[in-house]
Write a protein of this length. Structure first.
Length: 319
């Protein structure tokens, strides 16, 4: 164990400014600004970071192309997804049920899409590539803890929530998975949710197994920070629809840089970081909101991802 620095994005006009938060975490990814340890995650920055926001295309963030730094890449035949609904997600509430249906629909549809196929341009040291397959079993792959819950969480609490769900038998122990902790809108994270970031991913060791996990919160208390559409959205809930883009961001980073030492550019930007808050060409839904993908029969507005093809690398919505 040693002290490391967690690099976080701060809002600016026309440039990406950085601030630092020192945490205690296992030494890891020493050369990567992308992240520095098990409880030092890689973030999705809030909106307003950098220039060219909105529906811009033909540009990117960071410096140059992503390069391989020797770490593990998730190359199994499919990436399993497990979900922990932490906080007030009771399905007896119609609003909560809508939110869950939106998020579940996106996770059920992203795998096999032209969008997720972008991740197949990332390989491990043997040349094996990420597969265009995501498996989310809604019957067995989601868990809602009962009882009272904390209203302010630290990053280490997210790690504990994931570990407890696994060791308590609520979700399986799976090295070929990404575990998501989705928090309700009444929950804050002390490390900067809605002020510095919208979500993050990292990993921890549980029963000698590398467990990849991500935090994404409902941004209802400050939609403008983490949702590109704040008054209307394709599925009628701007907060949940906004979460979908952050979820996609974290999922594609988790599979290509699961332990924060595989794929990123010279300034630490992972694939989705390079295209954060860029959406490319959009269509207009019947309620006037914008969308750019249709998954599982549902419309979503999702940020672009970095196509990793060397001289032709770029942000795009498909490959």
């Amino acid at each position: 164990m040693r002290m490391r620095t967690l690099v976080l994005a701060a809002a600016s006009i026309g440039a990406l400014l950085l601030s630092s938060l020192t945490v205690t975490a296992p030494a890891q990814a020493a050369s990567s600004p992308a992240g520095t340890g098990e409880i030092a995650p890689k973030i999705t920055p809030v909106r307003g970071v950098g220039s060219g926001l909105g529906y811009a295309s033909g540009t990117y963030r960071g410096t140059g192309d992503t390069t391989f730094h020797g770490g593990k890449v998730m190359t199994a035949s499919t990436t399993n997804v497990y979900v922990i609904w932490y906080g007030n997600w009771a399905t007896t509430n119609a609003t909560n049920l809508l939110k869950r249906n939106i998020i579940n629909g996106s996770l059920a549809g992203i795998g096999g899409s032209p969008y997720y196929n972008i991740n197949t341009t990332y390989t491990d040291s043997s040349g094996a590539a990420v597969k265009n397959s995501v498996t989310y079993n809604q019957a067995t792959g989601q868990y809602t803890p009962g009882g009272a819950y904390k209203k302010t969480l630290a990053d280490k609490d997210i790690a504990s929530i994931v570990k407890t769900a696994i060791t308590g038998g609520k979700l399986p122990l799976d090295a070929n998975a990404v575990y998501f902790v989705f928090t309700s809108s009444d929950i804050a994270l002390s490390s900067g949710f809605l002020t510095r970031y919208c979500g993050w991913h990292t990993y921890q060791t549980v029963n000698n197994t590398s467990i990849k996990y991500s935090f994404v919160g409902d941004a209802g208390k400050k939609l403008s920070a983490c949702a590109n559409q704040t008054t209307s959205s394709p599925n009628g809930d701007p907060a949940a629809d906004g979460m979908v883009s952050v979820i996609a961001h974290e999922l594609e980073e988790a599979v290509t840089d699961p332990e924060l030492n595989a794929w990123y550019d010279s300034t630490g930007y992972e694939n989705a970081d390079k295209c954060a808050w860029y959406f490319g060409t959009t269509s207009t839904a019947t309620n006037g909101s914008k969308y750019n993908v249709v998954w599982n029969g549902m419309q979503f507005l999702v940020q672009q991802n970095w196509v990793n093809t060397g001289a032709t690398s770029h942000c795009d919505m498909s490959y």
